[in-house]
Design a protein around this ligand. Structure first.
Ligand code: PGA
Length: 250
């Protein structure tokens, strides 16, 4: 069973196109010989073109942070999978907790967006994760099961086979509080067993599950040592070329 590691940088609302260009110029040579895994950078929409241009011919793929379902239409302020694919995106983050918290995205949205990403041949990185109060009230597994059942389980096996899952405990995002490798490993095992129940053991062994939440150069190795952690979705530490390169090369 071989799952190729995947390190994805989620830049959130940071970096103009000029800053994106500068990042890539520094970052590319630092990871040019890192062939053991996939490397993805997800800049904000206006910087996608610069990122795609810079990533051309390199071992780096570009992803978006969100999408709307449908191809074109009267939907002010939204960007579709059709447009992202045409712009050169190969990945897209779906259901990030910041989208769920600030923009009220629900499981049904996650499902529609995941399907839209697949329709336009991008790999959706679908985020799940519990809040601090869920963890404190011992409902972490119920919350994650609800997110999985609503956002991922309705996919066909063919659709699900192309999905990457990211486990991001909300209490660990941008807080400097990383889940310990043991906590994250437990959740990843739980998620993988859910995948096995719904889509079978072969699929469960193949599905990549990333960890996200304060991943840094100094904790990535211990997280990646967990058998069920297949990569990382990195916010803050992906903004600096040196630090993200250290994570990629863990
Ligand atoms: P962080 O963000 O690495 O800054 O905690 C991770 C994420 O939100 O994807």
């Amino acid at each position: 069973m071989m799952r190729k590691p995947l390190m994805a940088g989620n830049w959130k609302m940071y970096k103009t196109s000029a800053e994106t260009q500068a990042f890539f110029e520094a970052f590319k040579p630092m990871v040019a010989d890192a062939t053991h895994g996939d490397i993805v950078i997800c800049p904000p929409f206006p910087s996608l073109a610069a990122a795609v241009e810079e990533a051309r011919g390199s071992n780096i793929e570009v992803g978006a942070q969100n999408l709307y379902w449908g191809g074109e239409g009267a939907v002010t302020g939204e960007v579709s999978g059709y447009m992202l694919q045409a712009a050169g995106c190969r990945y897209v983050i779906v259901g990030h907790s910041e989208r769920r918290q600030y923009f009220g995205e629900k499981e049904a949205d996650v499902l529609r967006k995941t399907r839209a990403a697949l329709e336009y041949r991008m790999t959706p990185i679908v985020c799940v994760g519990e809040r601090l109060e869920d963890r404190e009230s011992n409902t972490t597994e119920a919350v994650l099961a609800g997110q999985f059942d609503g956002g991922l389980a309705p996919l066909t096996p063919e659709e699900f086979a192309k999905v990457v899952i990211a486990y991001e405990p909300i209490w660990a995002i941008g807080t400097g509080k990383t889940a310990t490798p043991a906590i994250a490993g437990d959740v990843h095992r739980f998620l993988r067993s859910g995948v096995a129940l719904k889509f079978g053991h072969t699929q469960a062994a193949a599905t990549r599950i990333l960890y996200g939440g304060s991943v840094k150069p100094d904790n990535v190795k211990s997280l990646m040592a967990e058998e069920d952690i297949d990569g990382a979705l990195v916010g803050g530490a992906s903004l600096d070329p040196k630090s993200f390169a250290a994570i990629v090369r863990y």
